[in-house]
Each structure stands twice: as C-alpha cells, then as structure tokens.
Design a protein around this ligand. Structure first.
Ligand code: AHR
Length: 513
C-alpha cells in the first residue's frame, strides 16, 4: 500500500484546547459474571520452518540439552506460561498430513514433502506420540487439527481411535505396539483448517456437508468427550460463518476464525523491526479492528445460537511480517518487537471482554514462526516481548472478567482510530484482581485513575514491560532489551482510587487485593 495511506495524525480527545493526558477507568467489580476461558491463552505449533524441528524437537541424540528429544530450555520457558492448549500439526500442513506416517519406529516412517512450507522434506520423526507426550509434559490440552482437504473420513476416524480408545480395538492395539498402553485424552478436534483456502478451496456449503460427514465418524471412545471445531472464516468473511451456522449448527461445538494483523497477502508485509511511527499506528489500528470483526461474527452466531452453545475459536491470530532477511522464505521466521507486544496485549484484552462467546484462541505460533513466544538458533534461545505479555496476563486464565468503562484520548491512523489506553480486569477465586493495561501512545505518558466502585483496594503490586523504542527487540546477543520489571507507579488514594502514572509505550499488569 502507498505510504500516503498511512499518514498519521495524533490527536488527543481535546484537540482544540489543551491535550489531556488523563484517562479514567471504572471497573464494575461487582458485575463480573463470565469466566475468562483459559484456552484464550492457547498456542499453535505447526510443521512449518523450525517451529517443531529445531525449535521444540531436537531428538534424543542432539547435543542440545533435551528431555526425550524436547529441548530443555524451550520446555522450561513454556512451562512458565502455563499453556492451556496447544494446536497441532497445522495450519495448512494439517490438510496434507497423514498421521500413520508419523507413528512407529522412526527409521521406518515414510518421508513427505512439506508443500506448503518451503518444499522441505518432512521425515515424520515428530508424530502423534511425540505431540501427545509433549502436551503431557506441558500439562496442556492437545488440540488436533484433522486432515479433511486431502485425507479420508476413515483416516480421521482411526486417528481418534488410535489416541483415545482403551479397548481391544485395532487402533488401540496399534498404539500399544508403539509403546503407549494407556490412551491419551483428546478434547479439541479441528475438522479441517482454512477449508476455503489451503485446506481444499471449498465453498461454505460444500464444506458444511463434509464437516457433517467427517464429524459423524469421529467417535467418543471410553468416556473421552470430543469438542469438535469446524473450520471457520478468515477475518471479514461473514458469509462463511452464516452458512456454517445455518447448515451445521449444533453439530459443531466450536467454529473457528482466523485474523492476522497483516498489511495484505500480496507483496511486502513490512519489516518486523524496521518501521516508523506511522506503520506502528497502522498496525495497532488493524489489530484493534479485530473487535469489530468479532462483534460481527458473534452477532451471526447469536442469531442461530442464542443460548451460546457454540464457541468461537480464534485458532490463528497475531502479526505477520516479512521473513527475517537471510531466512528461508517459506519458514515465516520473524523478529518480535515492542510493537508485537502491543498487538498481543491489546488483542488479549479484547478476547477477555468477549469470553462469553470466545472459547479459545491460539496465537500463531509458539516458536520460531510469525508472532512467536520464543526464538531459537541452534542451541541459542531468546524470549520475545510477546512471551512476556503472555506471562504478565496468565493470571487472567480462569478468573472472572470484570466489565469496565474507559475514557482515553485517541490515536488515529488514516483509516482507523483507537483509544490510547486499553485494559482488562479479572477477579480470581481468592478475590484478587488483575488489571492489564497498555498505553499504546508512543510519546505521551498517561495519568490513569481507576475507580473500583464497590471494591476496596488495600495493596497493589505491578509489573511493567516497556522499551527504549517501539521497535526494540531481543536478540540472542542482547536478550534483555525488552524485559519486564517491577512497576512502582501505582498509588492508592485516600478515596480508594488507584492512580497510575503510565509511561508512553508501556504495558502494565497490576495485582490488587
Ligand atoms: O500460521 C501460518 C498459516 O497461516 C497457517 O498454516 C494457515 O492456516 C494460515 O494461513
């Protein structure tokens, strides 16, 4: 797109008189009713570039320290995030993946070409057993993305049997032969991925029928309950959602949605680290637009499912930039700056707000691909600013979302405007409140006053994530350019308000009791 399109104007809410830097948040602590589904903090791992191979899995004989083939440094970092759910094996890869190639002795596993991602040879050394064991180590729910595009109904049905059957069934016995006596638990089953595109270029009507057919044969063995997720729309494709809700309805438990913060699908997507203020604001405007997109999909779902039985599953979201110079063009390896941290913070604040309908979300992707938590290079590993946002937000998982009103000045890009202050609040079982708050203004500090209405605050602890510049990022050589530190700018006033001095371009989490 032309640069002129991104001409930015900064205005405060009072452009005519003096600009105000004071914002007000009213938290209705007594009105919270919806639990923030912990699965909103889900992750996604695809056989793409070095996400699995090199990023998570190095094999037992690797010189990189590992536990049964999984690299120790990555495991340790991921455990700290308390990941609730992990989606695998794709993405586009899922609709070309034949699970039987990824079981049994590794030297006998057939190889395949990863046509979607760089045409590299996939040796299938990371397969079903390796994935389910990883989920056990991380303590997360597995979310399997099934092959509808190029697979068969029988193949998907047998995969579910292999994983979950405990009886004397052919697939359970095959699993036993491969060293796993007990079945695993499988809750989340995706029936295809992007079936309108890389998952088969289907129409919504045709896919609806396929969904009905495939899902019929995915059985619930021995008490295992499946939550079946239909392949959903890409961003503004409301017709896909409408057709699926009409044709499939209650046969699905969840319907997915993909929304990337991306400039477009053709041509350059822009550098992950070399960008100006205009591009920064454009990015956050595009990121914030997800709220409008969510509202529109949700209103269609509300029409067909007023009792809210079908969950919206945003199983791919995040930033998408040009791959890092020198890296393989098919590997989607990108750096991750303070700007990405804002996209994570703002998006998660929005997801929390719509938790009544949003049952899960999976940022793309966990390691070395797109908006990753972690980057690796050989034996080196670095945590990204996005990782720290997930760490600061993790106590929202399973807490009650607290409704709020925010008054804030506005940031404007040529097409979109959005509030400089974004926030979310939740209350846990012990009555502790977590507030996550971002000041996206790259230049101006904000004074924020928080009114808790009925809640009495006696203590506040804070953490802040900020950086020298909006394009600061962590490298293997300098891993601490963007890291969280203690935040001391919150004070409880005599009247019970919490007053916070929020520096420009910063993300804050506050724990209150
Ligand atoms: O996350 C990368 C790719 O983006 C996924 O494979 C696909 O589903 C989407 O288009």
């Amino acid at each position: 797109m032309k640069k002129a399109l991104f001409t930015i104007l900064f205005i405060g809410s009072m452009t005519l008189a003096a600009q105000t830097t004071t914002s007000k948040i009213t938290i209705h602590a007594e009105q919270g009713k919806n639990v923030i589904n912990k699965e909103i903090y889900g992750q996604f791992a695809e056989h793409l570039g070095t996400c699995i191979y090199g990023g998570i899995w190095v094999g037992e004989n690797s010189p990189i320290p590992n536990t049964k083939g999984y690299r120790n440094d990555v495991l340790e970092a991921l455990k700290k995030l308390q990941i609730p759910v992990l989606r695998w094996p794709g993405g586009c890869f899922a609709d070309e993946y034949h699970w039987m190639d990824g079981i049994g002795p590794k030297d006998k596993r057939p190889k395949m070409v990863n046509n979607n991602w760089g045409g590299v040879v996939e040796d299938n050394s990371f397969g079903t057993n390796e994935f389910f064991n990883l989920c056990e180590i991380l303590g997360c729910e597995p979310y399997l993305s099934g092959n509808v595009g190029s697979g068969t109904v029988e193949e998907l049905a047998k995969w579910v049997e292999y994983i979950t059957s405990s009886g004397d069934s052919p697939m359970a016995n095959l699993r036993r032969q491969n060293g796993r006596e007990k079945p695993w638990r499988l809750k989340y089953l995706g029936v295809g991925n992007e079936s309108w595109g890389c998952g088969g270029s289907m129409t919504p009507d045709y896919y609806s029928d396929l969904y009905r057919r495939y899902s019929t044969y995915c059985r619930e063995y021995d008490g295992n309950k499946l939550y079946k997720i239909a392949s959903g729309a890409s961003d503004y494709d409301y017709n896909w959602t409408e057709t699926l809700m009409k044709n499939v309805g209650g046969r699905m438990n969840g319907l997915s949605l993909h929304y990337y913060t991306v400039k477009g699908w053709n041509g350059s997507k822009g550098s992950a680290t070399n960008f100006n203020k205009n591009e920064y604001l454009w990015t956050l405007g595009k990121c914030m637009e997800i709220e409008d997109v969510l509202k529109k999909h949700i209103s269609i779902m509300d029409k067909y499912d007023p009792k809210n039985r079908i969950g919206l599953v945003v199983d791919e979201w995040g930033t998408w930039w040009d791959q890092e110079p020198g890296s393989h063009p098919g590997f989607l390896y990108q750096q991750n700056s303070m700007r990405d941290a804002f996209v994570a913070a703002l998006t998660l604040n929005i997801f929390n707000k719509y938790t009544e309908r949003i049952k899960m979300a999976n940022i793309a992707q966990i390691v070395n691909v797109l908006q990753a938590m972690i980057l690796t290079d050989g034996s080196k590993m670095v945590l990204t600013p996005t990782y720290y946002v997930f760490e600061m937000y993790k106590k929202h998982m399973g807490a009650i979302n607290l409704p709020m009103d925010i008054t804030s000045d506005t940031l404007i890009s040529s097409k979109r405007s959005f509030p400089a202050i974004s926030a979310s609040a939740s209350k846990d079982n012990n009555g502790k409140i977590l507030i996550t708050l971002a000041n996206a203004d790259p230049d101006k500090n904000k004074s924020v006053e928080i009114d808790f209405t009925a809640y009495k605050v006696s203590k506040v602890n804070g953490t802040i994530l900020s950086a020298k510049a909006i394009n600061s990022y962590n490298t293997f050589e300098q891993p601490n350019e963007v890291t969280p530190s203690e935040f001391k700018g919150a004070k409880i006033s005599k009247s019970g308000f919490v007053k916070i001095e929020v520096p420009a371009k910063s993300i804050i989490s506050l724990e209150l009791q």
